[in-house]
Design a protein. Structure first.
Length: 343
């Protein structure tokens, strides 16, 4: 672990030709790393985990090639994309300099980072199918597209019932209403939401419960999730990052702002880095073997109090805040895991 935050570390690193970072490794270990991400021009680099990972790769002298969903091509059965070489910078404005786009096949890459943000909609699933068609040589895919397709971030946590609070998933409003009656106070949300959107807090006797359930289930056409309310949310919704099955020793507790019960940073929550508790580490140990089995190299667990609530596999975040506050270098940990797999 570095004793300084990432931003301080980056400011000390001098630029070199064709890369703004001093490589930590010799060019003999350089790898060709592709990144499928949302349009780079829309990224907020000061807070973005994908940028932090790319900066970690650049510091080691790896070659970065970036594509966006609009760049994807299938030529016959061969997955290709218009990739641009990227020089990434320590400063945030601008944080990158793109090169000329080139049509590359996935089998020309050593690694492809799948860092497209949710929602996991039809377009996202089609992107995963594209990534799964790398041939004849498959790069290391982080994370594995089959796992991204199969591991719904709300439902995947339920594979570990010993770690989760009482939860019910249904389309039928009566089934969800009876669960609220049993548990009294519950959080209700869609199974494909993100960033705190469409999350409701309700309780037994709530006159708004029927309309909440009608809205979430689209009158019985969509699944919704009901989960017993965990009052420890006031101390934060903890984001625990897992790298190749091992937890980063610090999590980011996202503490709700004002009267809002949601801790999501996108909803005004405040992020505070803190060491993992023994219960946190126990939850990580329960989940880790399945993550490794499915090829999920970089994952974010959401834990409230003593309970696992979600497993984020698509585009986990939190790296910049944890690094800045705890002096970690999570991008370097992920690069270590990637390079170990390639070796």
């Amino acid at each position: 672990m570095r004793e300084t935050g990432t931003n301080e570390y980056l400011q000390r690193v001098p630029p070199i030709a064709r890369a703004p970072f001093l490589p930590e490794r010799t060019l003999q270990t350089m790898r060709k790393i592709g990144v499928l991400m949302d349009p780079a021009e829309r990224i907020r680099p000061a807070k973005d985990t994908t940028v932090a990972i790319m900066r970690a790769a650049a510091r080691r002298g790896h070659a970065l090639w970036v594509c966006h969903p609009a760049d994807l091509v299938l030529d016959g059965g061969r997955a290709q994309a218009r990739f641009r070489p990227f020089d990434v910078h320590a400063e945030d404005s601008p944080w990158f300099t793109p090169g000329t786009a080139q049509l590359l096949a996935l089998d020309e890459l050593d690694v492809l980072l799948l860092r497209k943000d949710p929602p996991v909609d039809t377009a996202f699933l089609h992107e995963l199918l594209w990534a799964s068609m790398a041939s004849p040589r498959r790069p290391l895919l982080v994370n594995d597209p089959a796992a991204l397709r199969d591991c719904n971030e709300k439902l995947f946590a339920l594979h570990f019932p010993q770690c989760c609070p009482p939860t019910r998933v249904a389309r039928d409003a009566a089934a969800l209403r009876s669960f609220v009656a049993e548990q009294d106070r519950c959080v209700l949300k869609p199974i494909d939401g993100m960033a705190g959107r469409s999350i409701f807090l309700s309780q037994r006797g709530d006159p708004n419960l029927n309309v909440i359930l009608e809205t979430l289930t689209d009158n019985g056409r969509q699944f919704a999730l009901a989960q017993r309310f965990i009052p420890e949310i006031s101390a934060g919704d903890k984001r625990i990052l897992m790298v190749d099955g091992e937890p980063v020793p610090f999590c980011l507790a996202r503490i709700p702002a004002g009267e809002d019960f949601r801790g999501n940073l996108a909803r005004g929550g405040r992020g505070v880095a803190q060491p993992l508790s023994e219960r946190d580490r126990w939850i990580c140990a329960q989940v880790a073997p399945e993550l490794k089995r499915r090829g999920l190299l970089f994952v974010g667990l959401d834990v409230i109090g003593d309970w696992l609530t979600e497993i984020n596999v698509t585009s986990p975040t939190g790296v910049v805040d944890i690094d800045a506050q705890a002096g970690t270098d999570i991008g370097a940990l992920l690069l270590d895991a990637i390079e170990s797999r390639l070796a």
